[in-house]
Design a protein around this ligand. Sequence first.
Ligand code: ZN
Length: 241
Amino acid sequence: MTDEFTRLKEAISISDNIVFFGGAGVSTESGIPDFRSADGIYNMKYAYPPETILSHSFFMDHPDEFFTFYREKLLYPGAKPNKAHTALAELERRGKLKAVVTQNVDGLHIEAGSVNVLELHGSCKRNYCMKCGRSFTVDTILESNGVPHCPCGGVIKPDVVLFEESLDQRIMDNSVKAIRNAAVLIVGGTSLNVYPAAGLIQYYSGSMLILINKSATSYDRYANIVIHDSIGPTLGAAIIE
Ligand code: ZN
């Protein structure tokens, strides 16, 4: 057991005002790769980079190609919550964790039982008709071919914030509030390079910033505890085991 891990356990055990901020690394252990890694050499079948395909204008202009990419790279119907998700849900049940702020769109924190989850970029689990507003589950997207349509004829759009779209202001405000009021902020599975991650953690004013990420980040030097390891086993061992 390293000193840093012992200190992580201690920080979690003494606080009842913890907020977790997480990125793609939280879900890679559930078998969901960061879509940004999808533009690797094996993926040359897409004529555009993921940031282009997952943009609002591309969705409007080429919905067919959007959904081909979306189903293949963003939907992982078999993915289950891992130890990071379940440990955080448990911490909230114990009354110690106030919020999970996530950049992920897989809905796994909610599936694991977390209640106060602020999904900055929305969720693949929610979908709605652009014409009448009717809601659809992810199964509707999975079970349809090409562009999914509502019985009313409207196109069904995932409730995911695309590039060029703005974040939900209420979720942003609540995230800022949660981070600002946190005594302990645990940041996991993100290199903090992607908007709005880096900006959000600037609101933290406490004295226990904990970074858990496989590789070093440019924020390591500001943190009180830095652990370069997988987030699931680390949180699982610190909270549940
Ligand atoms: Zn409709």
